[in-house]
Design a protein around this ligand. Structure first.
Ligand code: BEZ
Ligand code: FE2
Length: 410
């Protein structure tokens, strides 16, 4: 049993409760008690640590990353979705070359140093399997499928099954295998049905990039625009979309998918996602860089949708730090009061991220996992805002009750 305390605990519940001079009593499995530090210290006089001038939050949850694309720095083209996708197709082998394993190791260290304890990792190839499974992170490991050619469907289904099985070999309390469908424009309808059936059968979480770009919407709705030329240019085939927006969403009934981006979703479509019991993941920096658009937070609020915030990969970001991500969002959504927005953003990487996967993470409550991030912050009021403005790295990080060695260099 251990006790840790700090000047401020951000509980990260719906009310955004904050406790002052408070402590958390915990073991390796769970949080046992939360309350006044001076009272709790009587229950655990040894094994205590008080973090002065610090704020404790649940370890942050980054539920949408692409670790395999960590080598991108100045290779991919930003500013326009079509130009970006072209550059991904052209450079994807270069991006997977070099010392990818070492780069991913470094990026995991950066994630931990930035206070992230839980990731949703979209794996396109499986190159990130062992490095993630052997890391201190909690991981939802999304085996992603992609492929639009009919003649490839059987091989792609087989490949997905093989990768899923390989990830199941690493399954543990901290590492959960899952599935991802790249997007409606890139996945053949038979591959789609196969993955949906697999997700249902094994009760696996499912993640999908959905309506990220104007180009995707134009393709699904009008069968025209960028994607019409894309398939001819890169695959030498004339293609038709496999789904309408509506039929794609209807196929997801019975699952509670993570739908990532949704920049081009209408109010009715967002309502449909909510009715499915689905979760919306928003990656503001990626959205700015590729599509020059941000999710309409006010509309989400109106519909009672609580977005989860994530970074996406270095394929469309310069950093996987949620602190960087939330800082940018804080400046971008100028219609919100800054402290109110800081709270919404923080709950999107703690409480609502944790709630989506039923893993008892993302909140400082009795019975929740003992995963904490400690940040050095000078503040008396506006604690959420001060945290986002001041914190670059975590002072300490605990996952499964163990303090993680964060090293020194960044
Ligand atoms: C494919 O592999 O078929 C594909 C990849 C990217 C976009 C669309 C299709
Ligand atoms: Fe993504």
């Amino acid at each position: 049993m251990k006790l840790m305390g700090a000047d401020f605990l951000l509980i990260c519940d719906e009310k955004f409760e904050i406790l002052k001079n408070a402590g958390i009593l915990f073991d390796k499995k769970q949080i046992l008690e939360i309350g006044e530090y001076d009272k709790l210290i009587k229950k655990s006089p040894q094994n205590t640590q008080y973090y002065k001038e610090c704020v404790v939050t649940p370890a942050l949850c980054n539920l949408h990353i692409h670790l395999e694309f960590s080598q991108n720095k100045g290779i991919l083209n930003f500013g326009n979705f079509g130009n970006w996708l072209d550059s991904v197709i052209i450079h994807r082998e270069t991006l997977m070359g070099g010392d990818l394993q070492e780069t991913m190791q470094k990026e995991i260290k950066h994630l931990l140093q930035s206070g992230v304890g839980f990731v949703g990792a979209i794996s396109s190839y499986g190159y990130d399997l062992e490095v993630l499974a052997n890391s201190p992170l909690r991981v939802l490991y999304f085996n992603e499928v992609m492929g639009s050619k009919a003649e490839m469907v059987d091989v792609l289904c087989q490949n997905a099954l093989t990768r899923l099985k390989a990830s199941k070999d690493f399954a543990s309390e901290k590492f959960l295998p899952a599935l991802a469908i790249h997007s409606p424009y890139s996945v053949h309808s038979k591959l789609f049905s196969y993955i949906l059936a697999l997700a249902k059968q094994d009760h696996l979480p499912l993640s999908i990039h959905f309506l990220e770009s104007y180009e995707e919407r134009e393709w699904l709705e009008h069968k025209s625009g960028y994607f019409k030329d894309f398939f001819e240019k890169f695959f030498n085939v004339r293609m038709q979309p496999f789904y309408s927006v509506e039929s794609f969403l209807d196929s997801l009934k019975g699952l509670q998918p993570y739908l990532v981006h949704c920049l081009q979703a209408t109010k009715e479509e967002l309502q449909k996602i909510k009715n499915l019991g689905g979760f919306l993941i928003s990656c503001p920096k990626s959205n700015r860089l590729l599509n020059n658009t941000l999710l309409d937070l006010k509309l989400c609020e109106e519909l009672g949708i609580n977005p989860i915030f994530a970074t996406d990969g270095k394929s469309s970001n310069d950093s996987l730090s949620l602190l960087d991500e939330l800082r940018v969002a804080l400046y971008a959504y100028k219609e919100y009061d800054v402290e109110e927005l800081a709270k919404i953003l923080l709950l999107g990487v703690t409480y609502y991220a944790g709630k989506s996967c039923n893993m008892k993470v993302g909140s400082l409550q009795v019975g929740y996992k003992p995963d904490f991030a400690v940040f050095r912050v000078e503040a008396r009021e506006q604690i959420a805002l001060s945290l986002l403005l001041q914190a670059r790295t975590a002072e300490a990080l605990y996952i499964a009750g163990e303090e993680i060695d964060l090293g020194s260099e960044i």
